[in-house]
Every structure is written in structure tokens, then in C-alpha cells.
Design a protein around this ligand. Structure first.
Ligand code: F0G
Length: 453
């Protein structure tokens, strides 16, 4: 099957450019907005010379799952007709990412009253987060362009993914993280994969500011999600979800919101699938933020998403502790195009939702749990109905932030004033570890107590 090359289109002024014209900060030199990747032969608004055949592509993508080549075994690159961003496929840097599980959440379905509730678990990727899907694409581009160094500012997961993929490619990586504000699991990954890891005495937004100056002064390739090639890889979970439902899209997809690239990427994928005739409709895409890091929620509420005022972000869900999200305009567009919503959830709601997802034998990191907490809010407001098929996008593995989990189960994560009316629900889900002497009697006593609980 023939596939075409790509161009880049500014989401603000619509200017279309070639890859070689991209600036190091990936912003439009005319209007300062971000670019999105477009494909001249089939993207909406382009010349539409020859759209690929939808059923042939569906068949080919499935067929590749049985192949032994690296690209075919990747859940990202097996969809390469939708992300033709490389000149030469030999430049692909892959860790066999993607092809992540779609789990049915039976207990959460019962407790929320949603009949069909699923979790697409992107934490089941090689470095434990959804970032791998976008890192394989953007880092492969960096590799093809001949860069030695790649760099990102991160709340932890991007840096872990970048460091791993750079190491695979034999490249060097520079990580800027806010000191003391990322989970240990993520910091340990950057170190283990050999990144130059710099902890700056600022927050994530401060790290972004510093890095934007660094990329202008040193030949390092920026791998934050302003890089449009990241979003091309992050489209693929949407393709996997559609494929898993035999190309019937779910009614609603619920996504955590931080820097707001992921919601944008998934929305782009569903819009492209519909445009190509792979699917016939769009799911609503809703974005959930933590109350203390809610600039998009505020923007949509206060001015319909026309301007965004950065906030100073505070939440224990450190992955989404972001006050000035780069991709907010893309996210607003996706919410509006798909008829979705933006909600905010409290620290106690996030913690409880995380424990509930854990109790299904699945688990996720705190930022991912905003999706279940957000679903509850959306149901209370009648924005989701019980008959809808809903997919929660879980973005990170539970082991990323075990300190948070242990503090929750010990009962010292949340302050009394944060818990409000949720104490009974929280107490039911807490499972603290019990310390005992090495005695069978004592173990049996605990077993008896647990059996009646
Ligand atoms: N969930 C997790 C686990 C994340 O790590 C992030 C972002 C998000 C959700 C939000 O996604 O930014 O596309 O809206 N983490 C970035 C990082 C910022 O540096 O790892 P988003």
C-alpha cells in the first residue's frame, strides 16, 4: 500500500510548512501557535488526492500483529499509514510499545451505574506510561534528523520515556524536572536509562521556560509535547480502542488533562478515522483536571475557551501539576468538535478513585484516576448516561508513585478538611499493611478478622 509524506499546519493561522522549516521551539513564526502534522494526500482540508482504502488498512493493521518485524510488533508503528512522518523506516526506535490492554471495569461499572465501562491502560507500556506511544515517533524523527541530544521538561513520565528511547537509539538525553515535585519511580527511571537529569528549583512551568531558552542556544531536539510528532504516536491508542470494538467507537472517552497534548492527539485520531471512513462517528472526549491545577476548566467556564490564564498548580497527582498547558488551544478544539466536557475533581475524589481502580486488580497512578472521579461528576450532571459505552484512559502504571499509594492506605495522604463527606468510602477502600510477630496464631487471627470484614 502506498503511503504519502507529511507537512505541518499551524493551528492558529493555518500556514502549511515543510519539516525543514520548523523552528526549534515548534511554534509558528507568524503567529506563535503550535503546528499539527497533516498528510497532503488525505488530511481534511488538504488536496485529497487519494484517500487510502479503509477496509484494506483495517485488515493490514490486524495482520501485522502476527509479523516478526520490529515495526509491525509495535502497537504504534503497525498503524504507520496514519503517521507517515519518517523518510526511512530504518530510523524507527521502538521498545514494542502500544498494543495495551482494554480492561472491563466491572466493579466501577456497578458503583457508577455505567453498563459498559472500560479502561484503556496506557500504563502497560514499556516505561509504564502513555508517553511511550508518542516518544517512539518523535524520537525516531530526532534520530532521522541526526540529533545527538534530545531534551524535555517533565513531571516525570515524559522524561522516563525519553531517556529510555534515547538510550535505545544511542543518543544522549537532557531532563529538566521540578525539584522534589516528581514521583520517585519516574526519577529513578531517568537515572537508570542514563539521562543527564537536572532538578531545577522551580515548578514544571518554570522548567519549560528554561528549556525553551536552552533549545535556542544548543543543538538539542525538544521532545516536549509541543513537538507535533509526539501527538502522531499518541493517536494510536484511539485506533486500538476503535479496533477493539470492531471499529464502532465508544460513546465517551475520558482523559486526564495536564499539558493537554494527549486529549488533543486522541481527538485528532478520531477525527481522522471518521474522515477516512474507518469509523462513522466520534466519541465525546472529556478532559478531567485536578481542582488545584485546573486552567482549562476555568478557561472554558469563564470565557468559553477563548483565552487561558495560567494558574500556580497544586495537586498530589504530580503528573498533572501544570498551570500553563502548552496544548490548551488544541484541547479546546477537540472538546468542542466532539461535544465533550471539561471537569475538575478534588484530591479526595482522585485518591478514592485510584483505590477503586486498584481494587479491580488493575491499578494506575494518581493522575490517571481523575478519569473515574471525573466520570462520577459527569454522571451527577447528567452529561453521561448509564447506557453509554465509556472508556477511561489510564495514563500511568500504579508503581510509578508507590509513595502516594502507601500514604493513602496508611491513612496519612489526605488532610481531614480535604476528605469532606468521603470518609466512609475512603475507609472501606483502605488496606493498610499489618505488622505482626512471626507467629501462625497471630496470622490466623488476622485472617479471621478479615473474613468477617
Ligand atoms: N497522566 C500522566 C500519568 C501524565 O504523566 C501526564 C503528563 C498526563 C496524564 C497529562 O497528559 O500533559 O498530555 O495532558 N505528563 C507530562 C510529563 C506532562 O512530563 O510526564 P497531557
Amino acid at each position: 500500500m502506498e503511503i504519502s509524506g507529511h507537512q505541518l499546519r499551524c493551528i492558529g493561522c493555518g500556514r502549511v510548512i515543510e519539516q525543514r522549516e520548523l523552528k526549534e521551539d515548534f511554534r509558528c513564526k507568524e503567529c506563535g501557535n503550535l503546528y499539527e502534522v497533516v498528510y497532503p494526500s488525505w488530511s481534511e482540508g488538504m488536496a485529497e488526492i487519494r484517500k487510502p482504502n479503509a477496509s484494506a488498512m483495517r485488515w493490514l493493521w490486524k495482520e501485522r500483529c502476527c509479523s516478526n518485524t520490529e515495526a509491525d510488533q509495535s502497537g504504534v508503528w503497525r498503524f504507520r499509514e496514519m503517521l507517515h512522518i519518517l523518510q526511512d523506516e530504518a530510523n524507527i526506535v521502538s521498545l514494542r510499545e502500544g498494543n495495551t490492554p482494554l480492561y472491563e471495569l466491572r466493579k466501577a461499572a456497578e458503583s457508577t451505574g455505567i453498563e459498559q465501562l472500560f479502561a484503556k491502560h496506557q500504563g502497560m507500556n514499556p516505561t509504564g506510561s502513555f508517553k511511550d506511544a508518542g516518544m517512539t515517533t518523535a524520537l525516531s524523527v530526532a534520530h532521522e534528523l541526526g540529533f545527538d541530544w534530545v531534551a524535555c521538561a517533565s513531571t516525570g513520565n515524559t522524561s522516563a520515556a525519553m531517556a529510555a528511547y534515547a538510550a535505545r537509539a544511542g543518543m544522549r538525553s537532557l531532563v529538566l524536572i521540578p525539584q522534589g515535585k516528581i514521583a520517585w519511580g519516574k526519577l529513578s527511571q531517568a537515572m537508570d536509562y542514563g539521562a543527564l537529569t537536572l532538578q531545577l528549583r522551580t515548578d514544571f512551568d518554570g522548567c519549560v521556560r528554561v528549556l525553551s531558552e536552552v533549545v535556542k542556544r544548543a543543538p538539542v531536539y525538544l521532545l516536549n509535547s509541543v513537538n507535533p510528532y509526539r501527538l502522531e504516536g499518541q493517536k494510536t491508542p484511539a485506533l486500538e480502542v476503535a479496533e477493539a470494538f470492531d471499529w464502532e467507537v465508544p460513546d465517551h472517552l475520558i482523559v486526564p488533562g495536564g499539558n493537554l497534548a494527549n486529549s488533543s492527539a486522541l481527538g485528532k485520531a478520531f477525527l481522522e478515522m471518521k474522515h477516512l471512513g474507518l469509523t462513522t462517528r466520534l466519541p465525546k472526549i472529556s478532559v478531567i483536571q485536578a481542582e488545584g491545577a485546573n486552567p482549562l476548566f476555568r478557561s472554558l467556564k469563564e470565557n468559553g475557551g477563548t483565552t487561558l490564564h495560567p494558574v500556580e498548580a497544586h495537586t498530589r497527582a504530580s503528573a498533572i501539576r501544570i498551570g500553563n498547558p502548552a496544548s490548551w488551544k488544541k484541547a479546546v478544539r477537540v472538546i468542542q468538535q466532539t461535544g465533550g466536557y471539561c471537569e475538575q475533581v478534588s484530591e479526595a475524589e482522585i485518591a478514592l478513585a485510584k483505590a477503586e481502580i486498584g481494587a479491580e486488580g488493575i491499578g494506575c497512578e494518581p493522575a490517571s484516576a481523575v478519569t473515574l472521579a471525573g466520570l462520577r461528576k459527569l454522571m451527577q450532571e447528567s452529561k453521561v448516561q448509564s447506557g453509554e459505552r465509556v472508556v477511561l484512559l489510564l495514563t500511568g502504571h500504579t508503581l510509578k508513585d508507590s509513595d502516594y499509594t502507601i500514604a493513602y492506605h496508611r491513612g496519612d495522604l489526605l488532610k481531614a478538611e480535604e476528605i469532606n463527606g468521603l470518609r466512609p468510602e475512603i475507609e472501606v477502600t483502605r488496606r493498610n499493611a499489618v505488622e505482626l510477630d512471626a507467629s501462625a496464631d497471630q496470622v490466623l487471627r488476622e485472617l479471621e478478622k478479615a473474613a468477617v470484614r
